[in-house]
Ligand binder design. Structure first.
Ligand code: NAD
Length: 642
């Protein structure tokens, strides 16, 4: 059991597109009627939109917000605020404008509504960093926390791709450090992992299409979650380093986060391997620090402190500053260790995690996947790559042993050996694992207005004997006689004539003819053609439940799993008509055994039909002693153009 403390920082959040229109309501909720609108010149368009939404509520504006909240800027804004008699702050912008709003709120007690335009996350934290005489000091107070945040994804569309990437990594850093914080708790863990996977998914999509609102919304959502983590738990080495580098070497905020994060993670990784595994899983990579580096590098983001203007001569001092005062961090901080970290970050090296079995496996998987990259048919490349990824994941997740894998190979070998013209063990395997039905479900979903399809099964034999309407395809075999009256129509209900309909089924004991070598010729299988009304009729016998062949490896697999081998009784149909899609399906006998536990998972409710019992006269006046059954069914098949 985990013991933890969780402190929530209450702020009201409005999220969506076009939510700027809600600003007047949010201001009034806070009792405001005279707004000081804060922004910066690059956000003129966004602040214009907010001004328009707020209308007469705007009492004054200040568009001079700059990075690191210098107090002289705050004082200038304060005099504008006082002159206008403002009673509410509305800030449109990134962390810098939010910082100015917080500084004003701290001095005046005014309520704040923040409209974030970056992914920095400051809007949900009670933290303020201010700069006086070039020195940045940070404080935390409930009076700093904004009362309301209006996330309007529309305002993030103008954030250039390069800044979107670095700002997104800034958010990622909050989530990553929350997971190994001394204050970590299950609530922030959940938020952090959600934020990490959203960011990892969104950033590549955003690079491909910066105007995609859904992607922007995903990233903004992640920024909110990550900001909440930053507000709730203490950060570690990474944030300390960025603070030091930003404050003492005047490096840009989000870019510095982007360069440092993988290196800070690699430094901490040996102390928190389990956390790094969770982060790697959320990122969808094998090694978390290397994965973050690769994500940034693949999207053209900054990877070296040198490129941000950091002098190499400053590295030793930065290492000393970052270790001068102790703070909680999972791994002990040494000046030499941090100097090494900074040297790697300065050169832009990819941080190499320890070569664990997991990372070696991931490399192996990628090697195999890469070998399919040149497949002439891209679909072949995709299917093989995905198959390999799943197989490797299966092997790793189950820690498959040599003996187990050899058993699997022997199993397939035996399946091959037993397969012949009248026995298909691989179809049985696919059927009993539900794969045939899974493929069939997808096929079905593509033609929802037709009769549902069902699996082909292992007993179809191409080119069955032609049979006339009304003939008996059971050729006198024992069983309850069955009269089938079948129609084939298109999806509009129009009869389809000349449709070739292959029918096959098991005998009264549950065997197909191909399983009975002593039986003379094909029986209980036939080919009929529909007439001008799309109709055909035939006599047969009521199908019975039957076990799939149990004498091969699939039978042994079922026995090993404690599963029964029975199929619910059914009649197979394969319908081919010119200009139409082929339909392969089965009709199941309503009320029969095994409908709920068919061993190939092939029963669909729409295909369970009445085989109605009758006695007495038959439709074609054939004489039947005792009970006979009647099947009436209309198949709907789709035109090829559908
Ligand atoms: P920022 O607010 O300084 O914005 C960077 C630049 O981008 C500015 O020129 C800004 O005008 C422009 N910009 C912002 N949004 C834009 C948009 N949608 N379209 C076009 N241009 C846009 O950068 P930031 O990274 O959001 O914030 C950095 C500051 O926030 C730092 O001072 C940092 O210390 C602080 N911060 C504080 C906290 C906290 O909890 N106190 C958290 C994160 C960041």
């Amino acid at each position: 059991m985990r013991t933890f403390v969780y402190t929530a920082h209450p702020s009201r959040v409005v999220f969506g597109s076009g939510t700027a229109d809600r600003l007047p309501d949010e201001v009034r909720r806070l009792g405001g009627s005279r707004v000081l609108l804060l922004s910066s010149p690059p956000l003129a368009e966004a602040s214009g939109r907010v001004r328009e939404a707020l209308g007469a509520l705007v009492a004054a504006e200040f568009d001079g917000a700059v990075m690191h909240t210098p107090v002289d800027v705050t004082e200038r804004a304060l005099s504008v605020l006082r002159e206008a008699g403002a009673d509410c702050l509305v800030a449109v912008g990134g962390g810098s404008t939010t910082g100015l709003s917080k500084a004003l709120a701290l001095r005046t007690g005014l309520p704040q509504v923040i409209v974030p335009t970056t992914y920095a996350g400051s809007e949900v934290t009670p933290v303020l960093g201010e700069t006086r005489d070039g020195r940045k000091t940070t404080q935390s107070s409930p009076a700093i926390l904004p009362e309301a945040v209006v996330y309007d994804v529309d305002f993030t569309l103008s954030l250039p791709p390069a800044m979107s990437l670095t700002s997104g990594i800034n958010a990622l850093a909050h989530a990553v450090e929350a997971l190994y914080s001394a204050d970590a708790n299950p609530v922030t863990d959940g938020l952090a992992l959600d934020a990490i996977s959203r960011i990892a998914r969104a950033l590549p999509r955003l690079a491909a299409d910066p105007a995609d609102r859904d992607t922007r919304a995903d990233l903004l959502h992640a920024a909110w979650l990550a900001g909440t983590c930053l507000a709730t738990v203490g950060m570690g080495l990474h944030h300390k380093l960025c603070h030091t580098l930003g404050g003492s070497f005047d490096l840009p905020h989000a870019e510095t986060h982007t360069v440092v994060l993988p290196h800070a993670m690699a430094y901490n990784a040996p102390a928190v391997p389990e956390v790094m595994r969770r982060i790697a899983d959320a990122l969808g990579v094998a090694d978390a620090p290397g994965g973050v580096h690769d994500l940034v590098a693949s999207l053209g983001g900054p990877t070296s402190l040198r490129d941000l203007g950091m002098p190499e001569s400053g590295l030793a001092r930065a290492a000393e500053l970052a270790t001068a005062t102790p703070y909680p961090n999972p791994r002990e901080l040494t000046t030499e260790g941090i100097a090494d970290l900074l040297t790697g970050a300065w050169h832009g090296r990819r941080p190499e995690g320890p070569a664990t079995t997991r990372t070696k496996l991931a490399r192996l998987t990628e090697q195999v996947v890469a070998s399919f990259a040149q497949a002439p048919d891209p679909r072949v490349g995709t299917l093989l790559s995905d198959l390999v990824r799943h197989l490797h994941t299966f092997v790793a997740a189950n820690d498959v042993t040599d003996d187990e894998w050899q058993y699997a190979i022997d199993f397939l070998t035996r399946a091959g050996e037993i397969t012949g013209p009248t026995r298909q063990e691989f179809v049985l395997l696919s059927d009993t694992l539900g794969v045939s039905s899974a493929v069939d479900l997808l096929t079905n979903s593509r033609t929802p207005t037709t009769t549902p399809s069902a699996v082909l099964g292992p007993f179809y034999v191409a080119g069955p004997p032609e049979a006339a309407h009304g003939s008996d395809i059971a050729a006198g075999l024992p069983g309850i006689p069955l009269w089938a009256d079948v129609r084939v129509t298109d999806t509009d209900g129009k009869p389809v004539k000349d449709a070739v309909v292959d029918v096959w089924q098991s005998n009264k004991d549950g065997f197909y003819d191909v399983q009975l070598p002593d039986l003379d010729g094909p029986v209980l299988r036939a080919r009929l053609r529909t007439d001008a009304d799309g109709r055909l009729t035939f006599w047969s016998i009521l199908p019975s439940p039957y076990p799939i062949p149990e004498d091969g490896p699939v039978g042994r697999m079922l026995a090993g799993a404690g599963r029964h081998p029975y199929r619910a009784p059914h009649l197979h149909f394969m319908i081919d008509a010119p200009g139409h899609r082929r339909l392969v399906t089965q009709l199941f006998v309503a009320g029969a055994d095994y409908l709920d536990s068919d061993t190939v998972f092939g029963v669909k409710d729409e295909l369970v039909v009445d085989f109605t019992p009758h006695t007495g006269p038959t439709p074609d006046d054939r004489t039947v002693e005792g009970e006979w059954r009647r099947l009436d069914y209309t198949f709907r098949i789709a035109p090829l153009a559908d």
